[in-house]
Ligand binder design. Structure first.
Ligand code: AQP
Length: 348
């Protein structure tokens, strides 16, 4: 039977990139899953502290992320939804995997470098910059590998930016199995149709929760007016016509992509490609394009905002507490089975 696992960091309200690249796919997988498929979706708070966090903020963001997952339609009866830190086996397996993972492979990962706002190559880093790099940020792909492997996931749905980490997780499983016996399962990656949703203000960078400019992203809790405003002020270029060419016209192409991604087809994914959408809009101005995109986004995420506030307040917050507690119990049961194989294999 299939086991589907994925995670999201509680570092703010999810944006359109998180939704199209991950959460929408999580719901599709949930709704289309065979009865014996196990689904686990984790709010990965251990990952969130790879960058400095205030405890009170983190606690609030975790609740907001949980309410967001429920608001996009994840069903806590069908899917195991849990806070990562409630399941100690994630950290334990991470340590074990760290002992067979190679520093060389980790240092080729590009994501932690982008979190330091650095270019792809860190060889130019001076000793001071290297010394201030936190170990947790450097090694978080090992934790990510542990998240997946501890639940014996067969399939991991992610955005394109995570592909490299998934390869690394497969490598961790292979290394472990080579050293200790065939106990871990190398997972398959499912990359969602929305490979990369770009920032509205810097369309050569991905849309991100932690970027300082709030106009760069659309949140699932934005009002229709906020959505219209952000899209109206999205950076485009000086050609007042619609085409799809991500290299030459990143801003316009990002908007065209959004329109294509919201050409929803009854839960099966987008029915139109960006090129088809651009062809349909031949002769339209950028203002018209932006109005169409705003309409599509508002309709596409309609209802999520209201459901989010409803879940945040339900039973004075007790509903969210119960959901996360039940998820934690089921996730611990699941990870205990793997650790029951791993611990004796290592000699514990
Ligand atoms: N722009 C994006 N386009 C498509 N998919 C995206 N994802 C994130 N941004 C985009 C996907 O969302 C899932 C959860 O991501 P995450 O919370 O673990 O962290 P992230 O990838 O680092 O996302 P953010 O929003 O940029 O967070 P911060 O700012 O906190 O680092 C993943 O499946 C990811 O692929």
């Amino acid at each position: 039977a299939q086991v589907i696992f994925s995670g999201i960091q509680p570092t703010g309200i999810p944006h359109l990139g998180n939704y199209l690249g991950a959460l929408q796919q999580w719901k599709r997988l949930q709704d289309g899953a065979a009865p014996d498929t196990k689904l686990l979706y984790s709010i990965v708070d251990l990952h969130a502290i790879t960058l400095p966090q205030q405890a009170s903020n983190l606690r609030q963001w975790k609740r907001e992320m949980l309410a967001s997952l429920l608001a996009v339609g994840l069903d806590p009866e069908r899917s195991i939804i849990f806070y990562q830190s409630s399941v100690p086996a994630h950290a334990e397996l991470m340590w074990i995997l760290s002992c067979t993972a190679s520093m060389g492979y980790l240092s080729r990962m590009t994501q932690w470098k982008s979190k330091l706002s650095l270019a792809e190559d860190t060889s130019f880093l001076d000793d001071k910059a290297k010394a201030s790099l936190k170990l947790g940020l450097f090694s978080y792909p090992v934790l990510q590998a542990a998240d997946i492997l501890v639940h014996r996931a067969t399939h991991v749905p992610v955005g394109e930016d995570q592909r490299q980490h998934l390869e690394f997780a497969r490598e961790c499983a292979t290394n472990f199995n080579h050293t200790f016996g065939p106990h871990l399962i190398p997972p398959e990656t499912i990359v969602s149709p929305a490979k990369r949703v770009m920032s509205l203000q810097q369309p050569t960078q991905k849309m991100s929760k932690s970027h300082p400019d709030p106009r760069s992203r659309i949140l699932l809790t934005d009002t229709p007016e906020e959505i219209r405003k952000k899209i109206a002020s999205a950076l485009t270029d000086s050609t007042n016509a619609v085409s799809y060419d991500p290299q030459a016209r990143p801003g316009v192409s990002n908007l065209v992509q959004l329109l294509a991604l919201f050409s929803e087809d009854n839960g099966r994914g987008p029915s139109k490609s960006p090129a088809e959408v651009a062809a349909e809009l031949e002769g339209a101005t950028l203002k018209e394009l932006k109005a169409r995109v705003a309409d599509a986004v508002i309709a596409g995420i309609g209802g999520i905002r209201d459901r989010f506030y409803d879940f945040m307040q339900r039973d004075g917050g007790k509903y969210l507490d119960d959901v996360q507690e039940r998820g934690a119990v089921r996730a611990r049961e699941n990870s205990d089975r793997t650790m029951g194989l791993v611990r004796p294999a290592v000699g514990f």
